[in-house]
Design a protein around this ligand. Structure first.
Ligand code: HEM
Length: 113
């Protein structure tokens, strides 16, 4: 259990108001939900999003700034832009600190279903 949702709540409330899913009125901001139609357009290294399903919640990450830093190399990340990368991401066995420390920095919102 990665409990990433709780982590984002903490992050959002204390540091990253601009990525908060909760508006000032305490209501979930529907503008932070993205359709596949929208996500699939962000498939370039100059503008790249990735979807990872974590604890059954499909999260959208804008990884544009992370591409050159990825320890597994930029190419493998670029291959997964604009799509759901969950199975390949998990197959590598990315360690816990990736979920806790790195992914929250690039969190954009949730998949609109
Ligand atoms: C989307 C966000 C991603 C983040 C934040 C991320 C982050 C990281 C980090 C921090 C490491 C180093 C892990 C360590 O030091 O133990 C790593 C390694 C790696 N990642 Fe990712 N990664 C992402 C996506 C992906 C995807 C989609 C793939 C596709 C297969 C991938 C493949 C790899 C590979 C091959 C390695 C190297 C493993 C090794 O050398 O042992 N990553 N990644």
């Amino acid at each position: 259990m990665k409990d990433i949702t709780k982590h984002y709540y903490t992050k959002m409330n204390h540091k990253n108001e601009n990525i908060s899913l909760i508006g000032g009125n305490g209501v979930i901001d529907i503008n932070k939900f993205y359709s596949w139609e929208e996500i699939s357009k962000h498939n370039k290294s100059s503008d790249g999003w990735i979807v990872l399903t974590i604890d059954n919640i499909s999260c959208v990450f804008d990884v544009t700034k992370w591409i050159p830093e990825h320890p597994g190399g930029p190419d493998v990340l670029i291959k997964h832009l604009g799509i759901d990368a969950t199975s390949n991401f998990e197959a590598i066995g990315h360690p816990e600190f990736v979920y806790k420390k790195i992914l929250p920095k690039y969190f954009k919102g949730y998949l609109k279903v």
